[in-house]
Write a protein that binds this ligand. Structure first.
Ligand code: GCV
Length: 733
């Protein structure tokens, strides 16, 4: 039986629970099945279970650990290697100052280890975060060497090595060279100071602001470990709908305390800054970015922050968007606002991430066009330490959106990607929806701005336009839930974000396999079906929530469940009818040159495709075109029939996922297996609900019969419309 892995400072399970679990294991053993220790998901993908299966002990083939632990980063690396190697092999690795036997693991930088320096490995081009992992002969002994220019690089390399060991890969003949393609790889927490998480479905905020700085929850360390293991090097602690109080001395002390925990893992802290903070906590009469007093206030504030946190990353700002204050309140531009803050943090090496998720208060044009209209004229006017942070699509993290037209349209400005990890529009935490394919689709999308191959990935990694500063952000799905993300499978979205942030060229399928091996099991009888479920899951959500380019058809405000009938209210572009435009003739938003002309925001070769109903990929058909209900699809079916059948297909994919998962009973530990099974049952019910409500609504508009053999919704439309969810989690407070 493997030793249990326990996370830093986490309390063990209560005695009664341990007793019940050991009984359960005992019964399983007696029955002759492999012993599976019940798990609660806390250990994420850092379980360090032996690759041969949960009941096997396996030697990773490492006999000696040679790594200094003099600096905080080195010490964190050493601790992780000890922990991982011990859990993987069943015995603690022997520590040594120099390699003295075959099978040693030598970790460090040329500066920290004379033995590594003597090897003279070429570390050029690895920068501050890259690393090499090489099999070598050191002092006459076969050795695995993890080395880098910096301690953080060696930490990342060590996590890579542990990944290999968890997957049971041989250490023979290794020659790995890795460096991240993006500089700033951050999580964005939409966490409020009262611990409420906007669009959060995993409990409260992990930041226990009230008890900080006195109490440093050990979770912060495990959070840092998990992030470092996938190369995430920063975190924005608070919601972009920001509270200025986070910039007061009392809160800055708390922020500094968190920064102290994250620093040994290569993570910087950043804060969302409320643009009107000079008025709210500074007593000024204005927050005008061109006002000398306001500029002085921000410089003084930045100095104060950096005095406490010398490696503070900088500010993230949501301005003049959804009611947030911003420079436009004073007739100034986004660049005026961003540059003022950029000047304040520049002397300290800080950056500003200025969000382009904006749409006007007056709804002048198609909402999909507004960010482009506001930002493209500002191209080239931002300071060097400003990144403009752009959501992956022009509306809002829908299950599927075409790539944002800003990518490629601001060549003189570094744009960073904003993905959503939390599943605001993909079933909260109960639906299994692996977002790796979504991220991959967007990163691989070809903007064509400089001809074929001008992918979104090349826009954000700076290679297309020669930018030095690059970045990517993921809106976190992390909370106080024991399993961090609200569901076991949602951990995969955090993992996939980190892996793609490190290397946007990775395949989401490979990432899913890697995650499954570490999270559940290396057994191919588990890996293959689980990866199959994951890879089908996002498309299932698209199908049962609205395929063929439908978007923004969810319940009002809370965004839980279907709401294609949503209309009225404070503004049209917060309704569903604005986006789907269904009428007796057809459905879809005409964004062609004859319609809102959003297509023209793309480079001509892309615009031509999107403008042409016959060439537009069917997955974006109703995003760009208003199409008659009887329009033949490429398979010959009328649009109406195809839409209905896609709803059904989504539900049946979830049904299949349940069957697959049920078949894994006994191969996954009982605790996690049971929770996933229960969540899949919820998902099936809710997929059916989405399907039934949507079909009922669109049939009331199209007036068409259902395709032959398709079951009618069990309730009349009014039933679905009357459902209310006043306490759905994550809604804006
Ligand atoms: C943080 C959407 C979400 C809001 C979120 C906003 C944003 O509108 O529903 O909760 O606010 O995006 O990204 O700023």
């Amino acid at each position: 039986m493997l030793p249990l892995t326990h996370s830093a400072g986490e309390t063990r399970r209560p005695r009664a629970v341990r007793f019940a679990l050991s009984l359960l294991c005992g019964i399983t053993l007696l029955a002759g099945a492999p012993a599976l220790q019940a798990e609660d998901g806390y250990d994420l993908w850092l379980r360090y279970a032996a690759p041969g299966g949960a009941s096997a002990t396996a030697s990773p083939g490492i006999t000696q650990l040679v790594a200094v632990a003099d600096s905080p980063v080195q010490a964190a690396t050493h601790r992780e290697l000890q922990r991982g190697l011990e859990a993987l092999s069943g015995t603690a690795p022997v520590g040594a100052k120099t390699v003295t036997r075959a099978g040693a693991l030598l970790v460090g930088t040329p500066a920290s280890s004379p033995q590594i320096a003597r090897l003279g490995f070429d570390l050029d081009g690895l920068g501050d975060e890259g690393y090499r992992i090489r099999s070598a002969v050191v002092g006459g002994h076969a050795t695995t060497v993890v080395t880098a220019n910096t301690d953080v690089g060696a930490l990342y390399g060590s996590f890579h090595l542990l990944r290999l060991l968890q997957a049971g890969q041989s250490l023979d003949g290794l020659d790995i060279r890795e460096a991240p393609r993006l500089d700033v790889r951050v999580l964005n927490h939409w966490d409020n100071l009262d611990r409420y998480v906007e669009r959060g479905y995993a409990g409260q905020s992990i930041w226990d602001w009230h008890r900080l700085p006195g109490w440093l929850d050990p979770r912060y360390t495990d959070y840092a470990r998990a992030n470092a293991s996938i190369g995430i090097n920063g975190t924005v602690l608070n919601n972009v709908n920001a509270n200025a109080e986070v910039l007061t001395p009392m809160y800055l002390d708390k922020v500094a305390a968190i920064a102290g925990v994250l620093r040994p893992y290569g993570m910087k802290v950043y804060l969302s800054a409320r643009f009107s903070a000079p008025m709210e906590i500074g007593g000024l009469a204005t927050a005008d970015p061109l006002d000398a007093g306001v500029q002085r206030w921000w410089k003084t504030k930045a100095d104060e922050v950096y005095a406490l946190i010398p490696d503070f990353g900088g500010f993230l700002v949501k301005a003049n968007s959804e009611g947030q204050p911003g420079p436009q309140d004073y007739g100034r531009s986004h660049a005026d606002g961003a540059n003022m803050l950029a000047d304040a943090v520049a002397p300290h090496g800080g950056i500003v991430m200025w969000r382009a998720f904006v749409y006007s208060d007056e709804e002048p044009v198609d909402r999909a066009k507004q960010a482009y209209n506001e930002f493209v004229p500002l191209d080239g006017t931002f300071r060097d330490n400003v990144l403009v942070q752009v959501k992956n699509g022009a509306i809002d993290f829908q299950p599927r959106e075409p790539f944002h037209p800003l990518f490629g349209a601001m060549p003189k400005t570094p744009l960073m990607m904003e993905f959503q990890i939390t599943k605001e529009y993909l079933g909260f935490s109960t639906h299994l929806a692996y977002k790796g394919p979504l991220y991959e689709d967007v990163l691989d999308a070809d903007t064509q701005v400089q001809g074929p191959g001008s992918t979104v990935a090349r826009v954000i990694d700076g290679s297309l336009d020669g930018h030095a500063l690059t970045g990517i952000a993921g809106v976190a799905n992390i909370g106080s839930d024991r399993n961090w993300s609200g569901s076991h499978f949602d951990q995969a979205n955090w993992y996939a974000f980190g892996r793609l942030a490190w290397n946007p060229a990775l395949s989401s399928r490979d990432i899913a396999a890697e995650w499954t091996r570490m999270t559940f099991s290396n057994d191919p009888a588990v890996v293959e079906p689980v990866v199959g479920m994951m890879m089908a899951s996002r498309e299932a959500v698209v199908d049962y929530t609205g395929a063929l380019g439908l978007h923004h058809v969810m319940g009002r405000g809370h965004h839980y469940g279907p709401g294609p009938w949503v209309e009225g209210g404070p503004r049209a572009d917060w309704t569903s009818v604005y986006f789907h435009r269904a009428d007796a003739n057809g459905i879809g938003f005409d964004r062609t040159r004859r319609g809102s002309d959003a297509v023209s925001q793309y480079a001509p070769p892309v615009a031509e495709v999107f403008d042409d109903v016959a060439r537009t990929p069917e997955e974006f058909l109703l995003w760009f075109h208003h199409v008659p209900w009887d329009q033949p699809m490429r398979n010959g079916r009328p649009l109406w029939d195809e839409l209905v059948l896609r709803y059904d297909r989504g539900v049946s994919t979830v049904r299949d996922m349940r069957v697959t998962w049920a078949g894994l009973d006994g191969r996954i530990d009982p605790e996690r297996h049971a929770q996933v099974a229960a969540f899949l049952a919820i998902q099936q019910d809710e997929a059916q609900w989405w399907r039934d409500a949507s079909v009922a609504y669109f049939q009331s508009i199209s007036g068409r019969p259902l395709p032959a053999g398709v079951a009618p919704p069990p309730h009349p439309l009014e039933y679905y419309k009357a459902l209310e969810f006043p306490h759905a989690p994550g809604d804006t407070q």
